[in-house]
Structure formats: C-alpha cells, structure tokens
Design a protein around this ligand. Structure first.
Ligand SMILES: Cc1cc2nc3c(=O)[nH]c(=O)nc-3n(C[C@H](O)[C@H](O)[C@H](O)COP(=O)(O)OP(=O)(O)OC[C@H]3O[C@@H](n4cnc5c(N)ncnc54)[C@H](O)[C@@H]3O)c2cc1C
Length: 453
C-alpha cells in the first residue's frame, strides 16, 4: 500500500540558495534529527521551516559497527520515529512493515522487539522517504555568531559555511575507552566491531578478549563465540557476574514522556536519586535471555571438557599492549589477586559511551554555555542556555541526561522530543528568531504544529 504524501513546502522545493539564511541547521542526522525532520514535515507550519542537516557519514547509518546478527532492539517498535507523537504518522514502524509487505508476518512473530537489522532498515526507509535537505559526508567543525545569525563551518563533501538562525545539535554518544588503554589496530571500542574485524587478518591463535559487562559486551562475546567456532573468548569485567536489565513495566515508566516533565521539574538531589535507582534499566545490564544463553554455552563446555568461553567476573584487564600480530594483556582476579598473562588476536573494549558533549559541536561558542554543577543548563524545550546575545536558539537532542533524565540518549522519547522541539522552533521563528519567550508562555500558547507534531 502506498500512502499519499504531503507535498514539500515551496521553500524546500526551491533547492539550495547560496548565502541563504536557514531557519535551522541540524548537526548530525541520526534518529534524533531524522525524527525532527519528520515532525516538521508533518505540519503545515513546520513545512515552511528552512532546515538543513549535516551528517558526517556518507549515507544514513545507525551504529553499523554493532549491527550483529541475532541482536534485537531494547525498546518496543512502538517507540519508533513518530508513533508516540502522531499515532497516524506515515513514518510509523507499522507503515514501514506494511510497505515492505511483512505486516502479517511481523504480527505472527509476536514480539515488540525487532532485530537491530530490521530497525536499521526501517530508519533507512524513513530517511529515504522524508523530504529533508541533508548534506551527507560533511562534518560541522565550528560555529560562531556573525551579525544576526549563526555561521556554521562545515568540511567534507559540501564544505563551506552555512548560515542559520537556530541550531539543533544531535551529534550522538562518544565511545569511551578505559583511561589506560591506547587504541590500536587490534585494540578498539566495540562501536567499530564489524569494520575492525573486516580489516584484521584471519585470527592466528583464535583468542579474543572482551572487556565490559553491559549489553553490548555480552552481544560481542556471543557474536565472537558463534562466528569463530574454534576460538576462545574471554569476557573480563569487574562485576561478579552479568546482571539483568530491568525492563519491568513500572521501572519502564522512567522512559515515558511524562517522566521527562517529572525529572526536569525536580531538584538536583531527586534527579540524582532517580538516576541511581534506575541505572539498571540501561547501564551495565544485559537482557536476561542473553545471560542465560551465555551461561548455557559455558556450562555445556564444562560438561564436554572443551572450554573456549571464559566469563571472568571480579577481574580486570591490565597492561593491554599490541605487539606483532597480537595483543598482550594481564588479567587480574580481584578477589585472589592472581594474575594471568593472555595473548589475544584482539581486545574489544565494550566500555560504554560518554554523553554527547555539546561543547565539541559548538566550537567557538563552547565557552558561552551556561553550566550547572551537573552539566549545561537546558530548558524543558531542550533549549541550551548561553550567555550573551544570540540570534536564535540552540536545541539539544542528547547530552541532557542530567536535566531530562535517562531517556536522553535513547530512542524511547525521540518522537515526542522531536515534536516538542519542532513546536518551540516554529514559535520562535514566528517571532522573528530573536526575543525568545520563556517556557511557561510558550507552553500556555496553543501549539501551532497541528498535525500531530
Ligand atoms: C550499539 C548500540 C545499540 C543501541 N540500541 C539502542 C536501543 O535498542 N534502544 C535505544 O533506545 N537506544 C539504543 N542505543 C542508543 C542510541 O544512542 C540511540 O539508539 C540513537 O542512536 C540516538 O540517536 P541520535 O541521532 O541522537 O544519535 P546517533 O545515532 O549517534 O547519531 C548522531 C549522528 O551525528 C553524526 N555526527 C556527529 N558529529 C558530527 C559532526 N560534527 N558533524 C556532522 N555529523 C556529526 C554522527 O555521524 C551520527 O550519525 C544504542 C546505541 C548503540 C551504540
């Protein structure tokens, strides 16, 4: 079935104009800014917004290095790019399934959690469908203010400068390696897993080490153990064992749109307490079926006497150094103090991500960010506070866990957040960009984006 699409606004059909001053430039075009482009395209007021997005990757891609077979989404497919904002959206996962001719098969599958491969295909489908002006293969390297607008310097395929009255920063998480680890060809973050494995020669000694106790770490262990059927896989982490992620219904409410209101309205102590209660919904936690699968594999090897999966809890990896065609490391068992030398083909650090650092994207404006002890000060509508006069607003999609709660870097709230930003942006543009209203007045006014934004 093909759904009739809303025609693009004349301003967008007109194509790119040299020296045009855009209403928004979006930094990064992952799911967050894709959801924003969709929210804008689904309303009359939004369609007249002159938006340009800048994306470093050559084509749309969502964490391609971790698109491992058998991995599934950690959020329900209903938390797609649009449904929670506009349940009638043509960009829903259900419409994607319909267009791909798989709706009935998906229903019979009886799951809320599609594979990451399928969700990636959905995101690519949505990116190809929405009428948005995206410069792929192009990176934002600096932002400054000149006269009445921001000037965004970009490098790559569409190198040059872009002029805009507003910015939406959605440049994603930053892969984090342990402090004492030097990245090298054979020592890398799991975010690059598939591309790095492709570049390595055939494993010589058939031994891998994976550091970390979170979902990605366990997925990498499962993948390497399955893909290299003669290789040893050593999982090394400080916890005594993998612990399960809490996706029970009451705990899941922490990802609801209403939880963002609660969190943003709370004081710093309450926010810190809520984060600490609910860390296990997202951090250092693994889906229970995967824990059980790994345990069953290790146990079967104990029975057969042919061990090649070694899950080493209460341990840490020390002195990881690439030498010749392998990596030397020492594994210290925390409780006994025993130390063992291991030589591996590669060491994968599944050691997590740091929140998006907005200062990295803003270059020359970074020192104007107003900061609280917990992080940059951000309004409920995701507007960043900066000192001095500015031509318009800077919105954040990500990097707001300290102000908006645990869903900040996840997909859980993407559709709703995109609608809230779109509404705030349109309200600001209608006032000529400058002289932004406070949140309360903006909230009191009837939203201008009617069709579900
Ligand atoms: C392996 C993995 C699996 C995940 N699975 C889930 C899940 O199941 N459920 C969930 O809720 N969350 C999940 N997440 C969390 C993840 O953050 C979100 O899924 C989602 O990617 C957030 O979208 P985003 O657009 O904010 O950031 P990203 O998807 O990271 O996109 C940011 C984009 O900005 C681009 N960029 C960065 N800097 C620049 C620059 N200077 N100039 C131009 N472009 C730039 C990047 O190339 C990137 O494409 C997962 C994360 C990982 C790493």
């Amino acid at each position: 079935m093909t759904v009739d699409r809303i025609p693009p606004h004349p301003a967008r059909r007109r194509g790119r104009q040299p020296d045009e001053i855009h209403d928004i430039v979006g930094i990064g075009y992952g799911p967050s800014n894709l959801a924003l482009a969709i929210a804008l395209s689904e309303s009359e007021a939004g369609r007249s917004v002159r938006a340009r997005f800048v994306e470093r990757q050559e084509t749309f891609g969502w964490h391609r290095g971790m698109l491992l077979p058998r991995t599934t989404m950690q959020v329900s497919f209903l938390k797609d790019l649009a449904t929670q904002r506009n349940a009638r959206s043509e960009y829903s996962f259900v419409n994607y399934l319909t267009e791909r001719g798989r709706l009935n098969e998906f229903i019979n599958h009886q799951t809320f959690f599609p594979t990451r491969h399928e969700f990636h295909d959905y995101l690519e489908w949505a990116a190809a469908r929405v009428d948005a002006d995206v410069s792929y293969g192009t990176s934002v390297v600096d932002v400054d203010v000149v006269d009445d607008h921001f000037v965004v310097t970009v490098e790559g395929r569409d190198a040059g400068v872009l002029r805009t009255r507003n910015l939406v920063v959605a440049n994603g998480l930053q892969a984090r390696l342990p402090n004492d680890v030097q990245p090298s060809r054979r020592v890398f973050h799991n975010h690059q897993l598939l591309s790095r494995l492709r570049e390595l020669p055939e494993p010589t000694r058939g031994r891998w080490a994976v550091i970390g106790a979170g979902q990605s770490a366990a997925e990498v262990v499962e993948y390497l153990h399955t893909t290299y059927p003669d290789a040893e896989v050593h999982a090394i982490f400080g916890k005594y064992g993998y612990s399960p992620s809490d996706d029970s219904p009451y705990a899941n409410r922490i990802f609801d749109p209403a939880a963002v209101d609660d969190f943003h309205g709370a004081g710093p102590e309450v926010r810190a307490r809520l984060m600490s209660y609910h860390r296990a919904t997202n951090y250092s936690a693994v889906d229970l079926p995967l824990i059980e699968e790994l345990y069953a594999r290790e146990y079967a090897e104990r029975v057969s006497g042919r061990r090649r999966l070694f899950v080493r809890g209460a341990s840490r990896a020390l002195d990881i150094v690439e030498r010749g065609d392998g990596v030397d490391l020492r594994v210290r068992h925390d409780t006994s103090g025993r130390v063992e030398n291991l030589r591996c083909d590669a060491v994968v650090c599944a050691t997590g991500f740091a929140q998006m650092e907005v200062g990295d994207a803003l270059g020359g404006l970074a020192d104007r960010i107003v900061r609280d002890p917990s992080g940059p000060r951000v309004g409920r509508d995701y507007r960043l506070e900066l000192c001095g006069d500015l031509p318009g607003a800077i919105y954040l999609q990500g990097g707001t866990e300290h102000s908006h709660g645990i869903s900040a870097s996840l997909l859980s709230n993407t559709a709703v957040r995109a609608g809230e930003i779109a509404r705030s942006l349109v309200a600001g543009i209608e006032q000529g960009g400058a002289g932004w209203e406070g949140d309360e007045r903006a909230a009191a006014r009837p939203p201008r984006i009617a069709a579900g934004a």
